[in-house]
Ligand binder design. Structure first.
Ligand code: SAM
Length: 307
């Protein structure tokens, strides 16, 4: 069984923010499109609550789940969350997007708990630029990436948000780093969410020049049909994926995703907060599974391609 929205788009993925807390302060952070309220001003969902909500999602045909945040590794019980979700029958893929700063010490246990793969935010190879952009130290992140590859996560992806005049020149060297570490590079276009207009116009960089360069070098180009029709460029010895949502109707038309916010709301679109469905309230009021299914169906009906 797979739910489809009013535009015929299947619902296959759930992106779960398990916390709003983060140990970095990335200048560009869109905070997964969540409403901006202070980090410590609300309760996080418990392990049981998260696993129950994800179980309903999986029973409704969602087969791929990604954990995000905030920084998901900030949660002391992250291994319990991973174990609980990984054990759900019907789940095909459980992954995490992380800033990687705590990954070196946790990679082994995360893998043993059932996490299949990780995406690590990796905007630059330059320590100073990294510190300026995020407030953190790059060294721990490179270690985390190598640890993730070594324990067997596959694939490990590097999420490089491309910022004009900051790291845009460094794409070739990060392709080399991806090749050397056996990871896949994802070039991500800056999205104007939870950042100022000034920041966006100063640093937004079009993906066109990279796509032109990659098209010329690629041996083959693959389309990820159920991932917003994103393109993966297979270079002779590296893979580069381009995430290009802005003014890209195809991106939205091929979106198969729903989000669960860190405060327990189903979020049909990264860009909007006027159509959320409060699922945690129902859980805490004692709703049975049928009521939760109805809330998922409602959120699915509210999915709408941007136009
Ligand atoms: N802390 C984790 C991390 O760093 O991956 C998870 C949260 S972070 C918000 C998730 C992803 O969103 C990262 O890959 C990051 O590069 C991406 N991201 C953050 N702000 C963005 C923006 N304004 N536009 C596009 N992608 C963004």
């Amino acid at each position: 069984m797979t739910l489809k929205d009013n535009h015929g788009r299947p619902l296959l993925n759930l992106r779960v923010a398990i916390t709003r807390r983060c140990n970095l302060r990335c200048q560009y952070c869109h905070m997964e499109g969540e409403e901006t309220i202070p980090e410590n001003s609300m309760d996080e969902m418990t392990v049981d609550e998260i696993v129950r909500i994800v179980r309903i999602a999986v029973e409704l045909g969602i087969s791929k789940v990604k954990l995000t945040g905030g920084e998901p590794l900030m949660r002391k019980d992250v291994l319990e969350i991973v174990k609980g979700i990984a054990a759900l029958p019907g789940l095909r893929d459980l992954s995490m997007t992380t800033n990687g700063t705590m990954l070196a010490s946790l990679a082994q246990e995360l893998h043993a708990s059932g996490l299949k793969r990780v995406n690590v935010s990796f905007p630059t190879l330059d320590k100073e630029v990294y510190n300026k952009l995020t407030g953190g130290r790059l060294e721990g992140v490179s270690e985390g990436i190598r640890a993730a590859v070594n324990v067997g996560f596959y694939p490990v992806k590097l999420n490089m948000i491309v910022l004009k005049g900051v790291n845009d020149y460094a794409v070739p060297e990060i392709i080399d780093f991806a090749r050397e570490t056996g990871t896949i590079l994802q070039l991500i276009e800056l999205e104007p969410i939870n950042i100022s207009d000034e920041y966006y116009s100063a640093y937004h960089k079009s993906m066109d020049e990279y796509e032109d360069m990659l098209r010329q070098k690629a041996v083959t180009v693959e389309t990820r049909q159920y991932m917003q029709n994103r393109l993966i460029y297979h270079l002779p010895d590296a893979k580069v994926e381009v995430i290009h949502p802005t003014e890209n109707m195809e991106f939205c038309m091929n979106c198969t995703r729903l989000r669960l916010t860190s405060d327990g709301k189903l979020k049909p679109c990264l860009m909007r907060n006027d159509n959320l469905v409060n699922v945690i309230k129902a859980v805490r009021n004692g709703a049975d599974d049928r009521e939760l299914i109805k809330l998922f169906e409602l959120a699915n009906q509210r999915r709408q391609p941007y136009n």
